[in-house]
Design a protein around this ligand. Structure first.
Ligand SMILES: O=C(O)[C@H](O)COP(=O)(O)O
Ligand SMILES: [Mn+2]
Ligand SMILES: [Mn+2]
Length: 558
């Protein structure tokens, strides 16, 4: 920063590293490092390319942290995720993330003093407060304890009628855990009712089938939620949410429960959203709330027929998109992730290509650029989205679009029109979340093949590659005890881990364009994802800004 507070965008030249090399930056989603056993799908899958990077040159492969404090999460027990992972990779610094900011705002009570809470609380006298979000303690998109505090805080501050619209998880937490979370919530709501607040669950559904789509992959998902939450209409009606979830689990897992509404004895929905109500989406993470936020907020919304558009006061837990100012009102200010490496590099003339398929497209663009949509400079950047398959779980098509992403990146590299070619390869993560071990093995193989296509192209143009990951997933597919032994449930079934992990991730550098003597330093033993940005800036021939986390590489003279 200059003394006037103006950002000086000019990056210093690196003393020993040249400019003009094509740098391929490959993020394998959900690809951690863990002991090689039968539940490590990366180990089981043939992954010759990633293996050769690991076994090749020890000074060009290492592990970095991708969870907990290293990515701005509240505790070391918090697994990493795509949002915080790509934020750290792109921003080069560690920002206190949404989970932590909401914790702090709730603990200090500041959440109730902000504009967002005041705005919604004006409906408390006459209207209903609706809370919509993911019901689990996964800590990736939301957290149960935050919802509990918000329920208590809102009712103490005048909310007389509260309706909770739940989305069951099974993706950031064990499948089947939804029942326990709904029971806990029901207990809390019963206590509020004892205190005179009319508080109930009003609707629900599984997060992947109802509401929490992302990057506009499938608007039907959001529509199903809208119909249940706003209109009080769904194919399944129950008088009790615990019963609903137990019954619907007979034919679907937590992630994919069909939408349901809770009705009274006259079959009337207990909590549609109507004029004069307040709505809060209590997820702090943006990607899977943006679509609903648009449906709730935009007058001229045309992605599906909303049928009835109630006049409400709506606030997000956070503002989900700073560029779009979406939503306009929010309870907690999001982290201000500024001066990202993407912006610096583009402002220094680095021509950038970014690509993934829809389900991860925003990861290498929006998250990478500090939760900012759009280009910094359209003349120098091209972002390509390959449409994802719609309406299937990814264990059915575990190869996903890995090869297409690899080929697009290859073409971008060979065109020589770009200095940085950045991709996210989703397979390990998206298929890992299904809990299908065999399919995840196929997924890892496909991801490895995509890496090979890109590295081969880099060989051809004399470029440099950086291969890393955003957090673990496919390297461990079972829940384990403290000594690492797999755990079984009371019926003797293996407990499948659909979520991410706390494992470190690999980073490898190489390619013919890598200057002689470049190697990983030994003095950054606790390096994490945030150290990657400075590293990449070096590989483009620049020194990172002073306040960036230190580079992972050094240049030794031979
Ligand atoms: O949103 C999801 O799919 C999961 O909750 C987290 O996965 P991601 O962080 O890899 O997107
Ligand atoms: Mn991810
Ligand atoms: Mn994931």
């Amino acid at each position: 920063m200059g003394s006037s507070g103006q950002v000086s965008w000019k990056l210093e030249d690196h003393p020993n590293l040249p400019k003009g090399k094509t740098v391929a930056l490959i993020v394998l989603d959900g690809w951690g490092e863990y002991k090689p056993d039968e539940y490590n799908c990366i180990h089981v899958a043939p992954t010759p390319t990633m293996d050769s990077l690991k076994q090749g040159a020890p000074e060009k492969w290492r592990l970095i942290k991708a969870h907990g404090n290293a990515v701005g999460l509240p505790t070391e027990d918090d697994m990493g995720n795509s949002e915080v992972g790509h934020n750290a990779l792109g921003a080069g610094r560690i920002f206190a993330q949404g989970a932590k900011l909401v914790d702090l705002a709730l603990a200090s009570g500041k959440i109730y003093e902000g504009e967002g809470f005041k705005y919604i609380s004006e409906c408390f006298e006459k209207g209903t407060l609706h809370l919509i979000g993911l019901l689990s303690d996964g800590g990736v998109h939301s957290r149960l304890d935050q919802l509990q505090l918000l329920l208590k805080g809102a009712s103490e501050r005048g909310a007389k009628r509260i309706r909770v619209h739940i989305l069951t998880d099974g993706r950031d937490v064990l499948d089947g855990s939804s029942v326990g979370f709904v029971e806990t919530l029901e207990n809390d709501l019963a206590k509020l009712r004892d205190g005179g607040v009319d508080a109930r669950i009003a609707s629900g559904g599984g997060r992947m089938y109802v509401t929490m789509d992302r990057y506009e992959n499938d608007w039907d998902v959001v529509k199903r939620g809208w119909d249940a939450q706003v209109r009080g209409e769904a194919p399944h009606k129950f008088t009790n949410a615990v019963e609903a979830v137990k019954k619907l689990r007979e034919n679907a897992n937590d992630q994919y429960l069909p939408p349901f509404v809770i009705v009274d004895e006259n079959e009337k929905a207990v909590g549609p959203i109507v004029d004069g109500d307040a709505v809060v989406t209590f997820n702090f993470r943006a990607d899977r709330m943006v679509m609903l936020a648009k449906a709730l907020e935009y007058q001229d919304f045309d992605k599906f027929d909303r049928v009835r558009v109630p006049k409400i006061r709506y606030a997000g837990m956070l503002q989900y998109d700073g560029e779009l100012k979406l939503p306009n009102h929010y309870l907690v200010s999001p982290p201000e992730i500024d001066r990202t490496s993407g912006e610096y590099l583009v402002r220094n003339g680095v021509r950038t290509f970014a690509c993934s398929e829809t389900v991860k497209f925003g990861h290498v663009t929006f998250f990478w650029n500090g939760n900012r949509s759009g280009y910094f400079n359209p003349e120098l950047e091209e972002y390509v989205e390959i449409p994802s398959d719609v309406g299937i779980t990814f264990n059915v098509q575990p190869k996903m679009k890995a090869l297409e992403i690899g080929e697009k990146a290859r073409d971008a590299i060979l065109s020589r029109k770009f200095d940085q070619v950045r991709v996210n390869i989703p397979n390990g993560d998206m298929v890992g979340h299904t809990g299908d071990i065999q399919a995840t093995v196929v997924a890892c193989k496909a991801a490895d093949e995509a890496v090979k296509i890109i590295i081969d192209a880099i060989e051809q143009v004399g470029g440099i590659y950086v291969v890393t990951a955003d957090h673990g997933n496919a390297e461990d597919m079972v829940k384990r005890n403290k000594s690492g032994q797999p755990l079984f449930d009371k019926n003797g079934n293996l407990q499948i881990l659909t979520s991410h992990t706390c494992q470190p991730v690999p980073i490898a550098i190489g390619g013919p364009g890598l200057a002689p003597g470049v190697r990983f330093r030994n003095d950054v033993p606790n390096g994490g994802l945030a150290n990657v940005a400075a590293t990449v800036m070096n590989l483009h021939g620049y020194v990172a800004p002073n306040d960036y986390e230190p580079t992972l590489i050094e240049v030794v003279k031979n």
